[in-house]
Structure formats: structure tokens, C-alpha cells
Design a protein around this ligand. Structure first.
Ligand code: PMP
Length: 298
């Protein structure tokens, strides 16, 4: 259940009941997947306030995603952040998932749209991939070709690829998929970035074939703070299987350890890994129990 009869949403400048809002069934987003969205979380902090984690970064990525795929974007970041706080309060949510979606008008042609619409929805959500270490399989699906898509944008249509990969993994008894890029290097999960640890160094795929996540950037900041070396470079599934540990990270998934890849278990105990220490720090950061001093906290 994402909403009840009294759930409110922000919809094109107004706050309305979710059940009263309508979408045009002729929308280009429905037919062709041309829409952009975000996945954001808010947390109840240690002083019991509601705080949206990295709100500015998320709403700026939303604007950037829209610009990359020629969707007009007419909202200010501050306006969207304050609207989000308003609906969280009305919906009585503190630990929430926040989903802004910018969608297109009715248009069956491929011509540029002059207009677009926005909705911001909120709901309660547990960690997306659960809290147990994950059994991951290499997907038979590759991430989309960055020459064919704006892969760094969070576009609705891209998620057909994520859904196919995740469903395939679950049908085969795994918890999640891991997708390669078009060159055969490890790219990312269907909705999360990946890090591996080898001899005390963390390695993550560089931008180019992935959605460079906001959590990925936070993990890199945490590593700077904790003096854990991080390298952005390509690696293969074979190299990953020889790593000491690995984890996925994303707004919805947070930081979650991986037990095995294609049933090859990692050597180190999760509790002894750098990923585990980063996971603890991330949990404290989002509730403002600790701060990163080296970077501005937005
Ligand atoms: N990759 C993909 C494909 C995703 O959908 C997500 C979730 N937005 C991520 C990575 C992680 O991004 P973020 O940390 O910004 O949530």
C-alpha cells in the first residue's frame, strides 16, 4: 500500500489527496517511458526532527535528468524541498521514501514537449534490499548502452532494464542482480551502485556506464573521512569474485553487504570489512548522529 484515502501529494504546485489526482492516459511518459524521477529518503534525526537526506543533490539531479532528455523543468529546488517537508508533515511521516516524478503531457509524436508535470509522493519504506547479506547473480542483461541513452539521467524508461534483471535474479533464487556494462565490466545493480574491497582498498566502477549515485558519492566522502582509500576503475566479475568483500549502496538500499556473487562467497566476514564500518557511519550520518566535516552536508 503506497497510499491511503487521506494521503497527500504535491501535484503541480498544489497539495492534493493522492486519490484525487489524475494522469492523462495519453501521456508520453505512459506510452514511451519519457519521464524523470528521484528516490529520496527522510529520516527522524537524533533530535527527533525530520530531515531529508541530501535533498538539494537529489532535486538538482532531477532537474539535470530532465534537461538531459529535453523535458522542460520549471520548478525551483527550494520550492520542491519545502513542498516535500510539507507533505511529509501532512502525511505524518518521518522515516520515509520520497518519490518525485516529472512526467510528460499527451504526445504521440516524438516532437519536443513545451510542458511537463510534477508529482511528489511519500511513503513508509524498509531498506529496499532488506538487511541480510545478499546472494547476487551476474545478470544476463547488460546496462543500457551510454551511446543510446542518457545513462547518467534517472529516466523512467531505463528501469525496464532494471526490472528485467532483478526479476531474472529472483526467479533463479538470488536476492539481486549485478549488471555488466556493454564492455563486459561490472557496472551496477538494478537500483544501486557497487563497491568491492581488496587489500584494504575500495574499488568502484567510474562514471560513464552507470548512474553515479548520491549514496556512492557519500560513501566516497565517508572514506575520505575514515582514511579508506577508494579508486574508481573498471573491473570484471572474475576480479570481483576474488575480492575480500563487496557491497551495494543506494538511497533506497542504503549500504548493504553482499555475501556471494554467482554462489562464490567473499573471503572476509562482513563484520570485519570496510563496508561494514561504512554502513555504520552511513546509518549515523543520515540521522545526524555524526557529520562529515570535509564536505558540505546538504
Ligand atoms: N544505480 C541505479 C541504476 C539506481 O537506480 C540507483 C538508485 N537511484 C543508484 C544506482 C543509486 O543512486 P542513489 O545513491 O543516488 O540513490
Amino acid at each position: 500500500m503506497y497510499y491511503q484515502s487521506d494521503t497527500h501529494i504535491f501535484w503541480n504546485g498544489e497539495i492534493v489527496k493522492a486519490s484525487d489526482a489524475k494522469i492523462d492516459l495519453y501521456s508520453q511518459t505512459m506510452h514511451y517511458g519519457l519521464g524523470v524521477f528521484e528516490g529520496i529518503r527522510s529520516y527522524k534525526t537524533v533530535v527527533e526532527e525530520t530531515k531529508i537526506f541530501k535533498a538539494t543533490a537529489h532535486y538538482e539531479r532531477l532537474r539535470n535528468s530532465a534537461e538531459l532528455v529535453n523535458i522542460p523543468f520549471k520548478w525551483e529546488t527550494d520550492e520542491l524541498i519545502s513542498a516535500t517537508y510539507q507533505i511529509l508533515q501532512i502525511n505524518e511521516l518521518q522515516n520515509a521514501y520520497i518519490r518525485p516524478l516529472v512526467y510528460s503531457p499527451a504526445n504521440m509524436s516524438f516532437n519536443l514537449n513545451k510542458d511537463s508535470f510534477i508529482v511528489i509522493e511519500t511513503w513508509q519504506m524498509a531498506p529496499f534490499l532488506g538487511e541480510k547479506l545478499l546472494k547476487v547473480m551476474t545478470s544476463s542483461f547488460e546496462r543500457p548502452n551510454p551511446s543510446g541513452f542518457k545513462i547518467e539521467a534517472k529516466v523512467t524508461g531505463h528501469y525496464v532494464n532494471s526490472i528485467l534483471a532483478s526479476q531474472e535474479a529472483k526467479a533463479k533464487g538470488f536476492d539481486e542482480a549485478l549488471l555488466n556494462d556493454i564492455n563486459g565490466f561490472v557496472a551496477e545493480g538494478p537500483g544501486a551502485n557497487i563497491f568491492m574491497e581488496k587489500n584494504g582498498v575500495l574499488v568502484t566502477p567510474p562514471a560513464g556506464n552507470i548512474l553515479p549515485g548520491i549514496t556512492r558519492a557519500t560513501v566516497i566522502e565517508i572514506c575520505e573521512e575514515m582514511n579508506i582509500p577508494v579508486i574508481e576503475k573498471h573491473f570484471t566479475t572474475a576480479e570481483l569474485k576474488k575480492a575480500d568483500s563487496a557491497f551495494f549502496c543506494g538511497t533506497a538500499a542504503e549500504v548493504i553487504g553482499i555475501a556471494s556473487i554467482d554462489e562464490v562467497a567473499f573471503k572476509n566476514e562482513w563484520e570485519d570489512s570496510a563496508g561494514f564500518r561504512i554502513q555504520q557511519t552511513y546509518k549515523n550520518l543520515v540521522i545526524e548522529k555524526s557529520f562529515i566535516t570535509s564536505q558540505s552536508f546538504v
